[in-house]
Design a protein around this ligand. Structure first.
Ligand SMILES: C[S@@+](CC[C@H](N)C(=O)[O-])C[C@H]1O[C@@H](n2cnc3c(N)ncnc32)[C@H](O)[C@@H]1O
Length: 275
């Protein structure tokens, strides 16, 4: 594997370590309420200079609204009888353990080295992996439909697809291919829930990205897709997904960048779509 962007490595760990700090998350009867803590046991998110990242304050505020949004969708899916939950770019997300259910299979997709590390964290934690299928894929190269098919996913049955904090790190073309691929694996009744990074209308997406790269990351940014909301909605529609409640904005402010003498406030928007 080519060397991974260290900021992506840090963020992947940070979000799960942070999520382990969030109180009051739901779980199923057979699920493990301490799963997130167990999965990140001994893990550290470190900055470029090797210093551990302090998990708290503003960073935790950024994370806190996401977990309940996606948790609720998992609860709703299981309650409504969905038996397949596909978590793409899963990182060290604990939902397969937290929401364990005898009728539900969780398919977890990520890069091969992440899947290896997750497997070893699961083993270290002594986790019951019943109903969990881990599958390695590089979404820049691999076709999600084929990956899911090989993993035993049944495209004739409805699924809940999750992509939390993933699209930002993929190239736009890869996001488009992924959206279309998921649609091809989604039986009627399926739901897709994602986070999408959104800049205000009127800004040029490429300029927003390159400014963020220079200003925030000194040219080493792991961020690849930030679009206007209209563009996101078009991408969803073009790939067969209908975004629900388009008139309602569910979002958290992420960061701001100066572009052409104006401030572009980047939001993480939560989008849920049906097929
Ligand atoms: C910020 S993490 C979010 C992880 C998880 N969804 C969560 O919220 O805790 C982004 C994840 O996307 C994965 N990812 C990035 N590029 C990918 C690619 N080309 N193929 C597969 N996964 C990728 C990363 O490995 C990482 O685990």
């Amino acid at each position: 594997m080519s060397e991974e962007n260290p900021t992506l490595t840090m963020i992947r760990k940070f979000v799960s370590i942070g999520r382990a700090e969030l109180p009051g998350r739901p779980h199923t009867v057979g699920g493990d309420p301490d799963a997130q803590r167990a999965l990140v046991f001994g893990m550290q998110a470190v900055g470029d200079d090797g210093t551990p990242i302090e998990i708290g304050g503003a960073l935790l505020d950024l994370l806190a609204p996401r977990a309940p949004y996606f948790d609720q969708l998992v609860v709703d899916a299981i309650t409504s009888g969905v038996t397949q939950i596909v978590n793409i770019g899963v990182g060290f997300d604990d939902r397969a353990l937290r929401f364990r259910d005898p009728h539900v299979t969780f398919f977890e997709i990520d890069l091969a080295h992440v899947i290896d590390e997750k497997r070893s964290q699961l083993e270290k934690a002594g986790a019951d992996q019943t109903g969990l299928v881990l599958a390695a894929a590089d979404l820049h190269i691999d076709d999600i439909g084929e990956v899911l098919n090989r993993a035993g996913h049944d495209r004739s049955k409805p699924s809940l697809f999750l992509a939390e904090h993933l699209f930002l790190f993929l190239e736009q073309l890869d996001v488009e291919i992924l959206l279309t691929g998921m649609a091809g694996s989604a039986a009627p009744g399926s739901v897709l829930a994602v986070t999408a990074e959104v800049h205000p209308e009127g800004f040029d997406s490429a300029e927003v990205l390159s400014t963020a790269d220079q200003v925030m990351f000194g040219g080493t940014s792991p961020l690849h897709t930030i679009l206007s909301r209209e563009t996101w909605l078009t991408l969803f529609a073009d790939s067969g997904w209908t975004v629900k409640d388009v008139g309602i904005l569910t979002a958290v402010d992420h960061f701001a960048v100066p572009v052409d003498g104006q401030t572009a406030q980047i939001q993480t928007q939560f989008l849920t779509a049906t097929i």
